[in-house]
Design a protein around this ligand. Structure first.
Ligand SMILES: [Zn+2]
Length: 100
């Protein structure tokens, strides 16, 4: 069954996308191995990988109906942040669902 695009992906799902694309979790800034992790909304720390990924929405200043979303990875060591556009992640997860 195809995934519903309106569902918020979990941290695990965003990580699966990054793994499939060959994106490592080594930090670009401080070079620490495996220190980047997908930001999730898990205030109690209970959901772990099943927690919904944080998705930031960027809006154009003069055209607020236009914009795009981003998922992010943050370095646990130095706080470096990098972003991935949501369209590619959502397309990947939908296609993945079709193969099941
Ligand atoms: Zn770092």
């Amino acid at each position: 069954m195809a995934r519903d695009r309106s569902e918020v992906p979990t941290g695990e799902e965003v990580k699966a996308f990054l793994d499939a694309k060959g994106v490592s979790s080594d930090c670009n800034a401080c070079s620490r191995k495996g220190s980047l992790s997908v930001s999730v909304n898990d205030p109690d720390g209970q959901l772990k990988g099943k927690a919904p990924a944080i998705r930031l929405i960027r809006r154009l200043h003069d055209l607020p109906h236009l914009g795009y979303g981003e998922f992010l990875q943050v370095c646990k060591n130095c706080g470096f942040i990098r972003y991935f556009r949501d369209i590619e992640v959502l397309d990947f997860l939908e296609a993945d669902g079709d193969n099941e």
